[in-house]
Design a binder for this molecule. Structure first.
Ligand code: NAD
Length: 438
């Protein structure tokens, strides 16, 4: 198959590279010329483990190339994937479809043969029908089909998720498009990964329903964690006891500083908005959005408590700013709420993150960037763990506490315990939903 991939972000680039690794001929397009120039030099514009090696392998094999020109990419292509951003539209919470529709129109104008236009971006129900109408209006003579193929990969484990998915969802409305999609995903069919074939609307809905459910699971355990703190229970034990129940499952039950990232915040808001538009309010999702905002604010109060009620002139070291480990993505990260609150309160904040600096520098003004947790924590009044990168999981806490002015630890990912902190010489420790001191 010959495939064009529009958008070389976290989803488009990973999908393009993996499809080429399946053996397809893939041309990736982006309108950001900086990204295309980097990719042509063999550099990867984002941080995603394993991506650079797999990209180089497929470029060398002659199956993968990059261009800024959609017409070049779709020349002779069997399918073109739209993998552009669908951020929250300013003001109303809807998914902003400007980039998707612009791509659809560009495809229609450039195409001169039958092609399947596949929406990989996360889009509200009805968008594929709109893509179809937009394309038909832009090029009435073009023969094409639309297909919905939402993506479920996780940043940080994207290649594995793409190559070994729990399932692939494909929404189609013609047999011809179904056959093209089957051919594209043939390597996964052959290895018996479940492929769920649906109508367009159901495929679109599956993606929002899945993300809203996962956001709900995280928010549920965060709320339970808040209650654990009041009643003296330990949320780590509670989630273990809950998660071993096969009906519940143990993933997405780790209490933390609130969900963030490029998907859950915007997708929950979009689903809530779709519900409102259809007079069918998504009450659970609306509550989840509200509670998640409160969780982030509660984190600020927790750190304020550890700072005796004021951030003013406190030296605070923060470990981790990306929304989760193994990515450089800072979109809607809890750090973007918590760190500005500390800086705004007069704290001198130093920050360490293995990959977050490039994005984070512009987003977190007024902080000092360090590369070594021990240097960042030197003479600090408070150490805060915000993202559970592996590098922060086995710190020499004794050495850190010894170097601090007032050794206090805010462990917002529960990677240490009160005993660890006490043994290391910390005078105060606060975690999420489990005992701390003093
Ligand atoms: P991104 O912002 O990282 O990348 C989007 C890319 O599209 C950018 O490089 C942009 O320059 C390019 N682009 C926009 N319009 C274009 C056009 N007309 N022609 C060529 N290029 C164009 O976005 P992302 O994180 O990869 O997300 C893409 C979609 O996938 C979103 O709808 C998102 O919700 C969904 N999704 C994301 C993830 C994730 O983990 N990031 C997971 C599943 C689904």
């Amino acid at each position: 198959m010959k495939i064009a991939m529009i958008g070389t972000g976290y989803v488009g680039l990973v999908s393009g590279v993996c499809f080429s690794d399946f053996g397809h001929e893939v041309v990736c397009v982006d309108k950001d010329s900086r990204k295309i120039e980097m990719l042509e030099r063999g550099e990867v514009p984002i941080y995603e483990p394993g991506l650079e090696t797999l990209l180089a392998k497929n470029v060398d094999a002659g199956r993968l190339s990059f261009t800024g020109d959609i017409a070049v990419a779709i020349d002779g292509a069997d399918a073109v994937f739209i993998a552009v951003g669908t951020p929250t539209r300013r003001g109303d919470g809807h998914a902003d479809l400007t980039y998707v529709m612009a791509a659809a129109e560009e495809i229609a104008k450039a195409a001169d043969h039958y092609i399947v236009v596949v929406t990989k971006s996360t889009v509200p129900v009805g968008t594929n029908a709109k893509v179809r109408d937009t394309m038909a209006a832009a090029n009435p003579d073009l023969e094409f089909d639309v297909a919905s193929n939402p993506e479920f990969l996780r940043e940080g484990a994207a290649i594995d998720d793409f190559m070994k998915p729990d399932r692939v969802v494909v929404g189609v409305e013609s047999e011809r498009a179904g056959r093209v999609m089957e051919e594209i995903y043939r390597p996964l069919y052959l290895r018996d990964f479940p492929i769920v074939v649906t109508d367009l609307e159901s495929a679109e809905m599956i993606k929002y329903a899945a993300n809203a459910f996962l956001a709900t699971k995280i928010t549920f355990i965060n709320e339970i964690a808040a209650l654990c703190e009041k009643v003296g229970a330990d949320v780590k034990q509670v989630s273990k006891g809950m998660g071993l129940d096969g009906r519940i499952g143990k993933t997405f039950l780790h209490a933390g500083p609130g969900y963030g990232g490029s998907c859950f915040p915007k997708d929950t808001k979009a689903l809530a908005r779709i519900g409102q538009d259809h007079a069918m309010p998504m009450q659970i999702t609306e509550a989840v959005i509200k509670i998640n905002d409160e969780v982030k604010r509660r984190m600020v109060d927790k750190l304020l408590d550890l700072s005796d009620g004021s951030f003013n002139n406190r030296k605070i070291a923060v470990l981790g700013v990306t929304f989760k480990p193994n990515t450089d993505d800072m979109r809607d990260a809890p750090s973007l709420t918590i760190i500005p609150a500390m800086v705004g309160g007069g704290a001198k904040v130093s920050v360490v993150d293995p990959q977050g600096r490039r994005e984070g520098e512009a987003l977190l003004p007024g902080v000092t960037w360090e590369s070594d947790p021990y240097v960042a924590a030197k003479d600090a009044d408070l150490l805060v763990i915000l993202t559970e990168w592996n590098e922060f999981r086995a710190l020499d806490l004794k050495q850190i506490a010894n170097g601090m002015n007032t050794p206090r630890l805010g462990d917002l990912r529960n990677i240490y315990s009160a005993e660890d902190a006490r043994e290391a010489g910390f005078e105060a420790y606060s975690a999420i939903g489990r005992p701390g001191y003093p």
